[in-house]
Design a protein around this ligand. Structure first.
Ligand code: FEO
Length: 405
């Protein structure tokens, strides 16, 4: 896609990846974009590059606007490969540039490339780079999403180039939020923001709150947010900030996700009366079978729910492997502000439900105990107990949810 002017003399020059379905391990059914930007000022300045495979597209977008020999600066906001992968190729065409990045950015860059001939300038929060008409201000955002990360604020354009933060994995010809909403929907856009946050930024809620506070304290006027993935926030620039704050504060839906797997359908049978009990208590419920669902979708559905019930059969005295995989992903994301319970079936010796509660404790999730287990096949009496379990869990979820109102 051709370069697009997003502010006077500031261009989106990125690449659309229509085909990517596995983004370092999580599914991207809608593809993504690698956004980078070019500022045509007295000192021509590039912000980030693109993924290595898209270097040709990235270079041709630059060349459509300026010769590489005229570029004075490049800002590297983040050194992950989807944004810096093409840096080596770009640097061969513009050895004259000064690179602006954080201390951690410089260290990481030195691991990926031979930087011995590169002119790298380390910047900190508040440092500025005057390019002519425009002034770039740097804001370090460590761990959003890597230790090196930073954002670049273009003062006179009131433009925040936010790197991964506020991005979405959406391959689309729409370059702006309002264009996307017109051709798709607001709900789809916000779901993509939640998906991104749940799978990448969930562990950093506290950091996100303090960083957003810092940005507010700096008094930055923001008319546009340009992330490194997905659409640019032009019509509702404050909306992704509100959404991030809400998620970091623990706000979510009064809803339960039943996330389970099954061997011979016994645990699966249990999900139905449990779901009915939850529904009859007036709480929305989503049932997710792990072997039928990509992991990142299960994580997103967990994140969109105040309560989670995890179901697993016992296999060789252990939890079922796909359930263990889900818990491993979840543990790494350090979830908070959710209430969890467990259920499952066994043959001649349980273990899965006990293991799940140990994991919930380890994750410091609010626990709804005891869980419920059935031997071999749920009887009609067991199904009634599952129904009551669902009702009781829904009541506990409603109570717990009040804390966040
Ligand atoms: Fe889009 Fe952390 O890279």
């Amino acid at each position: 896609m051709k370069a697009i002017e997003i502010k006077p003399n500031i261009y989106w020059i990125g690449a659309i990846d229509w085909a990517v379905r596995d983004f370092h391990g999580y599914v991207t059914p809608n593809g993504t974009t690698y956004n980078n930007y070019l500022i045509l000022d007295d000192d021509v300045t590039l912000i980030d590059t693109v993924k290595h495979e898209f270097a040709e597209i990235g270079m041709s977008n630059v060349k459509s606007l300026v010769d590489f020999s005229k570029i004075k600066n490049i800002v590297v906001n983040h050194i992950e490969n989807d944004h810096m992968g093409a840096l080596g190729i770009f640097m061969d065409l513009m050895p004259q540039v000064t690179i602006y990045t954080t201390g951690r950015g410089k260290q990481g860059m030195e691991r990926f490339f031979d930087t011995s001939k590169w002119n790298i300038k380390v910047v900190k929060t508040g440092d500025e780079l005057k390019t002519g008409k425009y002034t770039l201000q740097f804001i370090e955002t460590p761990m959003l999403h890597w230790p090196d990360s930073m954002m670049t604020y273009v003062k006179e354009a009131k433009l925040l180039i936010s790197q991964d933060a506020f991005g979405q994995h959406l391959a689309t010809t729409a370059r702006f939020d309002d264009e996307f909403v017109e051709c798709a929907s607001h709900a789809e856009l916000e779901d993509a923001v939640i998906d991104y946050y749940a799978n990448i930024l969930m562990p950093f809620g506290r950091l996100i709150k303090s960083k957003i506070k810092q940005i507010k304290d700096m008094g930055l006027e923001i008319e546009m947010i340009a992330p490194d993935h997905g659409v640019i926030w032009r019509k509702e620039p404050m909306r992704p900030i509100e959404m991030y704050l809400d998620m970091a504060e623990g706000r979510t839906n009064l809803r339960v996700a039943i996330i389970y797997d099954t061997m011979w359908h016994s645990t699966e049978i249990m999900t139905q009366p449990i779901m009915q009990g939850i529904k009859d208590e007036g709480v929305d419920c989503k049932v997710i079978k792990l072997r039928a669902t990509p992991m990142s979708v299960a994580i997103k559905e967990f994140w969109k729910s105040r309560g989670v019930l995890v179901g697993s059969p016992t296999l060789n005295n252990e939890v079922f492997p796909s359930v263990a995989e889900f818990i491993t992903h979840l543990r790494g994301l350090r979830p908070t502000n959710r209430i969890a319970g467990a259920f499952g079936s066994y043959g001649w010796g349980g273990g899965a439900v006990k293991w799940l509660y140990q994991e919930f404790e380890h994750m410091k999730l609010e626990r709804f105990e005891p869980g419920i287990q059935v031997q071999y096949r749920p009887s009609s009496e067991d199904e009634q107990k599952c129904y009551e379990f669902g009702r009781d869990f829904a009541k506990a979820v409603k109570d717990y949810h009040k804390k966040f109102q």
